[in-house]
Design a protein around this ligand. Structure first.
Ligand code: SF4
Length: 487
């Protein structure tokens, strides 16, 4: 019998008689997996606790071994019922420490952690009875788990519903604003930023899995880290401040496109623009402005006013002239007059945004805006939406037309049935912006970058030829169905 310990068949008897047993659960050949010795003392309830812990250990790939010498660490499930049981438990801990040296204590005596530590100060951790999660956490801390039963069957980047070459990266949940038309803070609560190390690890895993474009999303990306007071996190042993600029800079080091969505025109966003000008992150910002009339913005309880937004946009373009700006607006908000709407159209003329989406206001159950007076008739909302989109179409078309003749780096999304490559440039987020059609791009690899030359444009899309065109050249047909849904 190895190391003078007991076989499992007499475990129950031994437990009742307050003897202890180092369990034989694994007689398979030794491997590199971390090995745990387990001493179980006490009554049948403690025995069941031991069974649960051992089951979890095996599920996570730990081996349970039958000698102190073979174990990387020993868990002692103690008894504290009467003085004799306490003495026996302390003795068992002492033996495990002497023969192995790395001991985690759990069970009834664990409830008297100060006593255990007083007599055996070198134990690694002490947890109480029924503390399965705590015991497992203490084991993980000492011996990283070789297998995660919940995660090992999925790839490190998780299951993605997007094509292999781009992925959304959610950096926070919830929102600290209280826009009157929105119930998201009610549904999801206040802003909770993910730790920067966790976000960067996910981004790294995605890039390793073949992702070429990371789409950073949250309810308010510019507020990232506010809730954590911009505390310092770590990634790869490197200290990093939890804020938008640091995150953008670190993501930019991964060597893929990084696109920032849902950014508000706060002053601190200015610091991200040099990163765009230097090509570290895409020169693209998705800034949901919603309106331009100060009266309506106030009724909406929006976090920015239009004058500041216009100043900011000008400043951003001065830092990064190639910046693409996308925004969304709501027309027909309660109380919106023709003068308010005219202000919005003037703003569009002044801001010259590249991409614009426009929604008609519709009440959401539970939103404070529902109680506002002077609802706008549905027909008038529709009419304003059409007028806004018409005004913007001319602006977008002009800005796209300026790209004719330029060389652009694009990411190829697909090759259609006619051999036309469908790609996107830095100015085009998937699903919501335009596309770049490359008539002679059948040879371009899907999911990879290519350089193309723009030969034509309309108010939504660009038409290009590949930099090294093959023999067949053809301009693709336009796609009216898709166009109807574009904004
Ligand atoms: S609209 Fe956006 S910023 Fe406003 S409360 Fe909703 S999620 Fe927050």
């Amino acid at each position: 019998m190895p190391d003078g310990l007991y076989k499992p068949y007499n475990l129950a008897f031994l437990a009742w008689s307050r003897k202890y047993a180092l369990l034989y659960l694994d007689e398979l050949p030794m491997s590199q997996d971390p090995k745990i010795g387990f001493v179980s003392l006490g009554c049948p309830k403690a025995l069941v606790d031991s069974e649960r812990i051992l089951t979890q250990l095996r599920a996570e790939g730990y081996r349970v071994v039958s000698s102190y010498a073979a174990a990387d660490l020993v868990v002692v499930n103690t008894c504290g019922f009467i003085d004799a049981a306490v003495a026996e438990s302390l003795e068992a801990i002492g033996e495990a420490l002497a023969d192995n040296g790395r001991v985690i204590v759990t069970g009834c005596l664990g409830a008297r952690a100060e006593l255990v530590r007083e007599i055996h100060p070198s134990v690694l951790a002490v947890t109480g009875p029924h503390a399965y999660a705590e015991v497992m956490a203490a084991v993980h801390e000492q011996l990283p788990r070789p297998h995660d039963p919940f995660m090992d069957l999925v790839p490190p980047q998780g299951i993605k519903l997007t094509p292999r070459h781009y992925a959304y990266l959610k950096i926070a949940e919830g929102c600290n604003h209280r826009c009157s038309f929105c119930i998201i803070p009610h549904l999801r609560g206040d802003l909770v930023s993910r730790p920067i190390g966790e976000v960067l690890q996910e981004a790294h895993n995605l890039v390793q899995a073949g992702v070429r474009e990371l789409l950073v999303v949250s309810q308010d990306t510019s507020a990232y880290g506010v809730d954590l007071r911009y505390r310092t996190g770590f990634w790869n042993g490197r200290p990093l401040k939890t804020d938008m600029q640091t995150l953008a800079m670190a993501l930019g080091e991964l060597g893929v496109w990084v696109r920032l969505h849902y950014v508000y025109p706060y002053p601190h966003v200015d610091a991200v623009l040099p990163l765009m000008a230097e090509g570290r992150v895409l020169p693209y910002l998705d800034v949901p402005l919603q309106h331009a009339s100060p009266r309506i913005l106030k009724a909406m309880k929006r976090p920015a006013n239009s004058e500041d937004s216009l100043d900011r946009i000008r400043r951003w373009r001065a830092i990064c002239p190639d910046l693409t700006l996308r925004s969304t607006f709501i027309v027909g908000f309660p109380g919106e007059t023709e003068a308010d709407f005219a202000e919005l159209l003037d703003f569009l003329d002044a801001a010259e945004l590249d991409r614009v989406g426009c929604f008609t206001y519709s009440p959401v159950a539970g939103a404070p805006a529902n109680a506002l007076p002077d609802p706008v008739p549905e027909e008038l909302k529709q009419e304003r939406q059409a007028r806004l989109m018409e005004r913007q179409a001319a602006i977008s078309a002009r800005r796209l037309h300026n790209k004719i003749g330029r060389s652009l780096s694009v990411l190829v999304d697909a090759i259609d049935a006619e051999g036309v490559a469908i790609a996107r440039s830095a100015a085009d987020a998937p699903e919501i912006d335009g596309l770049v059609y490359i008539g002679d791009g059948a040879h371009l690899p899907v999911g990879e970058f290519a350089t193309v030359r723009v030969v034509d444009a309309d108010e939504h899309d660009l038409y290009a030829e590949s930099a090294a065109p093959p023999r067949r050249q053809r301009r693709p047909g336009r796609n009216p169905a898709r166009r109807r849904t574009r904004t």
